[in-house]
Write a protein that binds this ligand. Sequence first.
Ligand SMILES: Nc1ncnc2c1ncn2[C@@H]1O[C@H](COP(=O)(O)OP(=O)(O)O)[C@@H](O)[C@H]1O
Ligand SMILES: [Mg+2]
Length: 230
Amino acid sequence: MDRIPFGIAGLDEMLGGGLIRQTICAMIGTYGTGKSTFALQFIYEGLLRGENVIYFSLEEREDRIYDVMTDRKFKIDKYRDKSLFVIKLDPTDFNFSINSIKKDLPEMITKIGAARVVIDPISLFEGLFDDPSERRREMSYLIELLRDLDANFLLTSETNTTDAYTSKYGLIEYLADTVVVLRYIRPDDLTEVHMSIEVVKMRRSKHSREIKPYEILQERVNVYNEASVF
Ligand SMILES: Nc1ncnc2c1ncn2[C@@H]1O[C@H](COP(=O)(O)OP(=O)(O)O)[C@@H](O)[C@H]1O
Ligand SMILES: [Mg+2]
């Protein structure tokens, strides 16, 4: 099976070599767990492999995203606006409607010929809908549109406030092919918070079921596939 390396060695091992080509991965975690950091690593890996990539940012401004990449020593100058596209979508913008998303998003992805696409976070987009059944219908439709494109998707989502394994709206984990959960672990006897990563779902593939520790460093993310959290 054709694998798309995520770009983080320990995670790629957990995924059995990487994401399966032309699939949708959801990364779920509360604020500060590193969703955006993982997502940037994912698109940078694509750039290094000569792919075109798009990072749709619903939270942070474009210049901030570029700054973060520069902080992380990603050499992006030669890729900017050639194969690397960071696009800010503003959910409060009057023109930012479900209809424009359904039309413009696939168009942009096709035009740029993006092999990797990040939507960070998809939960802000889901929040546009007040009615849960409308949200479910529209999100299913959007995901189907994305499935027809020859691209690999990483969608991030905040968690539900009471359950670290459930996304904010409880939808994306069902719609995505692969689900990765990022979580804080606060053991009673420790004074330091640990971070753990799990692959909880991967359609059409065997994958690790283990809970592994990870760490965000200045210049990279380490997933310690050899280590144990407990
Ligand atoms: N340069 C860095 N060095 C060390 N840790 C960092 C660095 N950048 C981010 N982090 C860690 O990552 C966390 C934020 O990650 P981020 O990807 O923004 O999370 P999320 O998108 O899930 O809210 C910070 O709270 C910090 O702990
Ligand atoms: Mg973020």
